[in-house]
Design a protein around this ligand. Structure first.
Ligand SMILES: C[S@@+](CC[C@H](N)C(=O)[O-])C[C@H]1O[C@@H](n2cnc3c(N)ncnc32)[C@H](O)[C@@H]1O
Length: 382
């Protein structure tokens, strides 16, 4: 059994835990994101074997990456850190001399200088593998593939993990061209799970932009695993079992269910709708989403009740506030007149804008998107 960690944006831990439970995982232990000690947000630890690791990467919709725990030890001096690092089984994950990218965070520890910590871990790797690995900085976009290694020092306890995902899991591979302010795909999936959308019920996104919410809804309703068409960092590991991966992937494809829900997505911007259609085609769900170019005022929802799950424009500049107040008030009117009895789930960042909607909404999720604190508020349209 190995220890894995499904990392996620802050606030999504419980949704990741729910997903893990439905994948049949045991030994779950959620950790809430702590911005002081962890730049990655929170996540959930889980035990499992190689097949578990492959299934998590293939199926998790709300996580940002899956890490494999390589070691955990006490290190209050550089000598200890170097020595302990050199004892880890790096050969399972790294080719001797292969590039690595180190992400180091130190919190309430005697070793607090992250660059110096990184240097000692690299020395440990070189000692173990007999060859020095070139290191890229954590924020450097690697030209060639580099294995990400995550080092966390909290109160002198060092945990070292390797990233099994590679590109972040929200990069499903279907979204090449972005419209204005696209949502990350894992956040779109989180909105759908958090608002309790029943996957057979109608769904409408009247501000669809690049179509992320509707596409994630179609993938969810169809039981289509988000990672089926991409590669993962674990495919470069020495213990990569290509036959096992293919078996895991193929058995998930056999579990597809037909999408029965009416999923409508619209936007007033013709370019956004075109992009959304192309994204849906790449995701293999174009035929189950009804896209149209139209303003909010012109939406024609199917027979309901259903769910409106949406992400209207956010206010960042003061000059936009009046327009946005009007837009949110209009959203409230459209919901009351055309979607009575529907559940509304709206992602935004401004309590004054939410209040323009004009009926009670409660916070179902609080997280971050594009560097902003955002909330998903839900309520029933009267
Ligand atoms: C924040 S973006 C939505 C992003 C989307 N969730 C995505 O992942 O790409 C808001 C969208 O609302 C659209 N929009 C703004 N005002 C609108 C209106 N009155 N009617 C319809 N769409 C509108 C914009 O064109 C923009 O695409």
């Amino acid at each position: 059994m190995s220890q894995f960690y499904a990392a996620c944006p802050p606030g999504l831990e419980e949704l990741v835990a729910q997903e893990l439970r439905s994948l049949g995982c045991a030994g779950l232990s959620p950790r809430t994101g702590d911005r002081d000690s962890d730049s990655e947000g929170g996540g959930v630890s889980v035990e499992g074997d190689l097949e578990t690791l492959y299934r998590l990467n293939l199926h998790l919709r709300t996580a940002s990456r899956v890490l494999a725990r390589l070691g955990e030890f006490y290190a209050a001096s550089f000598a200890e850190l170097h020595q302990q690092s050199s004892r880890l089984e790096w050969e399972r994950y790294l080719n001797p001399g292969g590039a690595v990218r180190l992400n180091v965070t130190c919190h309430k520890s005697r070793l607090y200088h992250s660059e110096a910590v990184a240097e000692r871990v690299l020395k440990g790797i070189a000692q173990r593998l007999g060859k020095t690995s070139p290191a890229l900085r954590a924020n450097e976009q690697p030209e060639a593939r580099a294995q990400l290694v995550i080092v966390r020092l909290v109160k002198d306890r060092c945990t070292i993990s390797v990233d099994a995902s590679g590109e972040l899991l929200h990069r499903r591979g279907y979204r090449l061209a972005g419209a204005k302010a696209p949502l990350r795909e894992n956040l779109a999936a989180a909105l759908l799970l958090a608002c309790g959308w029943e996957t057979g019920a109608p769904l409408l996104d009247p501000f669809c932009g690049s179509g992320t919410i509707a596409i994630e809804a179609a993938l969810l309703a169809g039981g289509i695993p988000p990672g089926r068409n991409r590669r993962f960092a674990f495919m470069d590991w020495r213990d990569y079992d290509a036959a096992l991966w293919e078996r895991v992937r193929q058995s998930s494809l056999d579990e597809h269910t037909p999408v029965t829900a009416r999923i409508q997505a619209s936007d007033r911007d013709a370019g956004a709708v075109q992009t959304a259609r192309e994204n849906a085609r790449r995701a293999g769900v174009l035929d189950v989403i009804e896209f149209s170019q139209r303003a909010l005022s012109a939406v024609e929802p199917p027979a309901g009740p259903g769910w409106v799950v949406t992400n209207p424009p956010f206010g960042v500049r003061v000059s936009q506030r009046k327009d946005l107040r009007n837009l949110y008030a209009q959203l409230g009117n459209v919901l009351r007149r055309r979607c009575p009895g529907w559940q509304a789930a709206v992602l935004g960042n401004d309590p004054r804008l939410f209040s323009q909607i004009g009926f009670p909404l409660k916070t179902a999720l609080a997280t971050q998107s594009g560097g902003l604190n955002v909330q998903l508020r839900i309520g029933k349209a009267p």
